[in-house]
Write a protein that binds this ligand. Structure first.
Ligand SMILES: Cc1cc2nc3c(=O)[nH]c(=O)nc-3n(C[C@H](O)[C@H](O)[C@H](O)COP(=O)(O)OP(=O)(O)OC[C@H]3O[C@@H](n4cnc5c(N)ncnc54)[C@H](O)[C@@H]3O)c2cc1C
Length: 461
């Protein structure tokens, strides 16, 4: 008789936890997974999926307008936020059921409870007080929105969690933050008809992205009527007769109906009692792991946002899968965290992979830049003032494409495919050998002939 009740106890049924649980069970492990809220985690319940459904909804606004240039007469469209949210909820319920069914098919035991660490091999289920003895523990508790400093009126501020479930569409919304969640929600609310003000403390939105992309997106957001205020902070929020009065750091104030902060997410470790098992955190408050996602305690692992490596769903899934294969499948798998393609579902959309121009110029002796900004064909008859932007960052010595940055419709779809070429170390000459698909926007990837710039790093003295 084993000393353990289970071979693996997974805390958190989100992207990483669910994948790890299923694969470990398929390898023959006895697995229990605990979830305190809903199976599917952030991505399915209050992240990628509901957000993308709202992005689709918002984009219809442009489609209705643009149709006129193509000969359509469209009656004034009427939008119902309540219908959208109800339909979104139905889809999320369906997905949650599918996740549960998949876990059950793999014979994973699902426990609806918060779970906390009791000691190095024992987990306590908060709902019942039951203690489960586990040979291995996987922490996959994700991240949680962080509102930053405790300003006056913070209780009136919502995060992306609540923004997806509002009872009414706000007529006016102020969003603080400059990351991908902030710009995505700005696009959603603007598309659906809200007046949107985006406030960000830095110089420009999307820190960490290529500077041209940041500039291009900001310009496009402003053209759409989003007020982008940079180098400013929300200092207080006060409830007034007709909404919320937001005081900004430059003494300006804005009155809106909703205030949303998208000011970052923290690893979700609070109250887990990690110290009881001796699991160490890094200086950012995330669980410290090695390349196999093993924590400072050899039989306790952690995957996904709680480790704050690259906080994206496909990464959490890969990490969960690699953990299960390594520990229960008899084959060591290390996740490659380099050159991860990613999209921002802003309006217009962004797709990027690899190095920004500045990163490349810091690391490579000679860097060639190719870029192009143009009006997509569909926008001509639509008479819409919006432009696409494409940029390739190339190692001037080996000709390898180091980075690709796209802003425009379907950029997320395009970057997934460019990602394959870049992972295969494609050169600019390889891109150029490919025949263009005409007429598309993506053909720009293989037709950018003239260098926009070449940077040669000066040799160190
Ligand atoms: C608004 C938003 C939009 C996003 N959009 C995208 C996108 O477009 N593309 C993309 O790739 N990524 C996106 N992300 C990020 C993505 O959702 C996360 O990277 C991903 O969900 C991380 O998976 P995870 O397994 O680490 O954690 P999660 O999916 O967060 O799962 C953690 C689970 O653990 C549960 N839990 C926590 N503590 C306990 C406990 N003590 N006991 C029991 N259960 C517990 C939580 O309830 C949760 O269900 C988005 C995130 C947000 C917030």
């Amino acid at each position: 008789m084993s000393d353990f009740d289970v071979d693996l106890f997974v805390i958190g049924a989100g992207s990483g936890g669910v994948r790890a649980a299923r694969i470990a069970a398929n390898h023959g492990a006895r697995v229990t997974i605990a979830e305190e809220y809903r199976v599917g985690g952030t991505c399915v319940i209050r992240g990628c999926v509901p957000k993308k459904l709202l992005v689709y909804a918002a984009r219809y606004a442009d489609d209705f307008e643009d149709a006129a240039g193509y000969g359509w007469t469209v009656q004034k469209p009427v939008f119902s936020w309540q219908t959208l949210i109800a339909n979104k909820d139905l889809e999320i319920d369906r997905l949650e059921r599918a996740y549960i069914a998949n876990l059950e098919r793999s014979k994973v035991n699902i426990v609806r409870s918060r779970a906390v660490i009791e000691d190095a091999h024992r987990v306590r289920l908060v709902a019942t007080g039951e203690i489960v003895r586990a040979k291995y523990i996987l922490i996959a508790t994700g991240g949680w929105p962080s509102h930053g400093a405790d300003i006056a009126g913070l209780e009136h501020v919502i995060s992306s969690n609540e923004a997806l479930d509002l009872k009414e569409l706000p007529k006016r919304i102020l969003i603080q933050g400059g990351g991908y969640i902030a710009v995505e929600f700005a696009g959603i609310f603007r598309g659906l008809g809200s007046e949107v003000t985006l406030v960000y403390r830095g110089d420009n939105i999307l820190r960490g992205f290529d500077d041209d992309v940041r500039e291009h997106l900001r310009g496009e957001m402003e053209k759409r009527g989003i007020r982008v205020l940079t180098r400013k902070l929300v200092e207080a929020v006060e409830k007034v007769d007709h909404g919320l009065c937001v005081s900004l750091s430059d003494h300006e104030s804005v009155t809106v109906d909703q205030v949303m902060f998208a000011t970052g997410r923290r690893p979700n470790v609070s109250g887990l009692s990690l110290e009881r098992a001796g699991v160490a955190l890094n200086d950012r408050g995330a669980i410290k792991v090695d390349k196999f996602s093993r924590t400072s305690v050899p039989h306790i692992y952690a995957v996904g946002d709680v480790t704050d490596r690259v906080n994206l769903t496909p990464v959490a899934i890969r990490e969960g899968h690699a953990f299960a294969d390594t520990v229960f499948g008899g084959k060591e798998v290390i996740v490659d965290h380099t050159d991860i393609p990613t999209a921002v579902f802003s309006e217009p959309e962004i797709g990027v992979i690899g190095l920004t121009e500045m990163e490349a110029r810091e690391r490579y002796a000679r860097v060639d830049i190719y870029k192009s900004s143009f009006r997509a064909m569909k926008m001509t008859l639509a008479a819409r003032d919006t432009r696409c932007f494409f940029k390739l960052v190339v190692d001037g010595e080996s000709d390898r494409v180091l980075g690709c940055h796209i802003v425009g419709p379907d950029a997320g779809e395009m970057i997934q495919l460019v990602g394959i070429a870049i992972k295969m170390n494609a050169t600019k000459a390889d891109f150029d050998r490919v025949m263009a698909v005409h007429p598309t926007a993506a053909e720009e990837l293989v037709t950018m002939r003239a260098k926009a710039a070449t940077y040669v790093r000066e040799a160190a003295e």
